[in-house]
Write a protein that binds this ligand. Structure first.
Ligand SMILES: C[S@@+](CC[C@H](N)C(=O)[O-])C[C@H]1O[C@@H](n2cnc3c(N)ncnc32)[C@H](O)[C@@H]1O
Length: 275
């Protein structure tokens, strides 16, 4: 089969479609990246051109292809306890936050990928909260991709994915099994029960769903980097209104709120507090 070439006109169609439906803003220079990432899918579907794939995408009213496209365009790279300094900060503040909130804690891992981030939160809470007390804690974990959410819900991770976890976390919170003929670890049911996984698009999603929830902590790490300034701005405003007063927003270390942190005070590396 001939090598597929993404024409500029076709690229512009994908650029507009991806921006409107996923929120990801692709500069002109991303034409080769889009070509490389979509070519395999075009061939897999037996289509002859990127234009034909675009028509297929637009005609797919159920949205399955949109989701597939989003997994091709954005990266799902994640890991347990990513950004060590942020966990250190949370450790210092946890008891203060819980005291202020009367033992109730609502956490949202927005763009949770395959679950390492929300399960790190669950393990962190198990480690740092006294066992003889009961708390009312809920962790909501969302992502646009049902593919990663399926992995997250299963909670099965390769040994490589657990490489950076201390051995005692593996002992306490995982069991060993074989998955796809490879040795793997499965996260404990106690932790699974602490996390509610849901599909949610941060850009086009209906935020009315959260009307009755106010969060104390929002993790939105390593996803805003794909969005342009107006989209990031809109998102930060939404997070602001969804947080309780004095609630915290954690973002990725290569991201910054700089000119859009209205009402947020910078507390530490990529951590902001609603004041
Ligand atoms: C690089 S991962 C970050 C995972 C985790 N937050 C971390 O920092 O390790 C980015 C995630 O954002 C998700 N994503 C991309 N666009 C999104 C959107 N519009 N709404 C919700 N999630 C999105 C991707 O599916 C991917 O799982």
């Amino acid at each position: 089969m001939e090598r597929l070439v993404l024409k500029r006109k076709e690229f512009m169609l994908f650029q507009a479609f991806i921006y409107e439906h996923i929120g990801i803003s692709l500069g002109e220079h991303k034409i080769y990246l889009v070509q490389a990432r979509l070519a395999k899918r075009v061939k897999q579907l037996g289509l002859e051109s990127f234009g034909a794939y675009y028509d297929f995408l637009v005609a797919d009213k159920r949205g399955g292809e949109l989701e597939y496209l989003s997994s091709l365009i954005s990266t799902n790279v994640t890991s347990f306890f990513r950004e060590a300094k942020q966990w250190e900060f949370l450790k210092q503040k946890l008891h203060e936050i819980l005291e202020q909130r009367g033992g109730k804690l609502r956490i949202w891992s927005a763009a949770c990928s395959s679950g390492e981030e929300p399960y790190s939160l669950a393990m962190f809470l198990k480690e740092h909260l006294p066992r003889d007390k009961t708390y009312d804690i809920k962790i909501l974990a969302t992502d646009v991709s049902s593919k990663v959410l399926k992995i997250a819900t299963q909670g099965i991770y390769s040994h490589k994915a657990c490489n950076n976890l201390d051995a005692h976390y593996i002992e306490r919170y995982f069991s060993s099994l074989y998955h796809n003929q490879e040795p793997a670890y499965q996260i404990d049911e106690r932790l699974k029960k602490m996390v509610l996984f849901r599909e949610f698009n941060l850009v086009t999603g209906n935020y009315d769903l959260f009307k009755s929830t106010a969060f104390d902590i929002i993790f939105c790490r390593n996803v805003m980097i794909y969005f342009d300034k107006p989209t990031q701005n809109g998102l930060v405003e939404k997070f602001f209104s969804l947080l309780n007063k004095e609630g915290y927003l954690f973002i990725g270390s290569s991201e910054a709120l700089t000119d859009m942190k209205k009402g947020f005070q910078s507390k530490s590396a990529s951590i902001y507090q609603k004041v």
